[in-house]
Design a protein around this ligand. Sequence first.
Ligand code: ZN
Length: 141
Amino acid sequence: MIETIAVPELTAAEQRGFWRRVAVRGSDECWPWLGGKHSEGYGEVYLRGGRYYAHRLAWSLYTGRGSELDGYLVIHTCDNPGCVSPYHLRRATAADNAQDMVRKGRGLRGERTGMQSSLLTRSGQFAPPVAPSESWEPGLA
Ligand SMILES: [Zn+2]
């Protein structure tokens, strides 16, 4: 399923509801979505009458740039559709995604770490060195 629509900015209450459904773990692990799942394994969220992918909302919360997702995919560098870890998500075009799949098919998995760190450096807003505490809420307070 390809989805390239912008996602809305979440209110504080909506953000709390979102994070209650995430198993926050270390930076080198996937953060499983605990809420409802799409048939393809992607987390899904019903919000204001619409349905959104959890990983797209997660990327938006981490970066504050949900309005910039119009026309873009959010892809997983870990290939785990149920993951919403900020370390494993990046914005991409459909063409990027196709290249990514080709590259992974050739087994060049060693690039993965570099890709993640460049994502977080670019966003400049979300780079916790360790797993956040239970009370931690990224994005807008
Ligand atoms: Zn992951």
